[in-house]
Design a protein around this ligand. Sequence first.
Ligand SMILES: [Zn+2]
Length: 392
Amino acid sequence: MFLHSCVPDFEPRNQLNFRLQATDGKARVGIVETDHGLLETPAFMPVGTQGSVKAIEQRELLAVGTQILLGNTYHLYLRPGTEVIEAAGGLHKFIGWSKPILTDSGGYQIFSLSDLRDVEEDGVTFRSHLDGSTHVFTPESVILIQRKLGSDIIMVLDECAPFPCDVGYAVRSNGLTLRWAERCKEAFEKEPARYGYSQALFGIVQGGVHAGVRQQSARTLVSMDFDGYAIGGLAVGEPVDQMYEMTALCEALLPADKPRYLMGVGTPENLLESIERGMDMFDCVLPTRNGRNANLFTRCGSINIRNAAYKTDFSPIDPECPCYACTNFTRAYLRHLFQAGEILALQLATIHNLSLYFWLMREARAAILEKRFREWKQQTIAGLRRNQMVFS
Ligand SMILES: [Zn+2]
């Protein structure tokens, strides 16, 4: 059904529309409107790096409440190749997904995956982690690729500074990232959308954990007037308090009428703390990756379902969870599936963990609307911390 509903029946907009509906302290509820549908914020975006969220099919993603998927420019450019996706009519058609898609620019992957990279003013030369072939990404080429992918939200090319990095490195890196952001904006305005619907462009605030650099990054990007603002370069190994501090610092400088996306964050607790600090959108591999490793988030703490304690535990993973895995199967069965190496184990664990993240987002929105976010957050975190396991 959704294969045939990719092309919208209304006029494309020039700009992403964000409607702020309510606030409670800094926490916000809003709606991001795209030509592929609405996104209720705070929103979690499952990570579909290669055009697929691991161990879960598209109809299940819809069933658990997914409103937007994340794809990755670096991976899709290398495989299957931009030309294949363009020939398919864009990423939505290629992967059979009619709701919004956001694509990351690939900057983070270049710096974390490719073994040889050369960063220059013009762009970055890197070697594919797949076959060692050499490629160049420039701000202009990354915009062109994302125009061809047809993602609803496009990210600028940035350099993700490592942690730790000294202030000198952060200043130089941020200068380059800002000049790249400006070139991305120019290229975005010159390069038309391909498929009859509009696309939006987000800037990315960088600057490591250096307050002054972060502030300069945020101020400069805001003056360039992007459709939304991401905060990148956090959750890369810095203490969590610094992550929250940098998030709050950026939030104070970002306009209230644009969505804010905290990249790569995080645990359920990180999400709630960041919502309290005014963030609207999140992506993270934790629910899916941890699920595939038998680590399940529940309202009463995290569990490793391989543990012998669950051998004859015929209760649901989480008795309060309405997901398909929890309403149909037991902990004992899921443990058995993991022990037996069955693919269904990964599927059920992924369905459950994503369901828990979407439950958190729904409850957060309700709590903000009812002006009881802080109280709800504290109670929820107390529950999530029971049996808390350390995840790497
Ligand atoms: Zn569940």
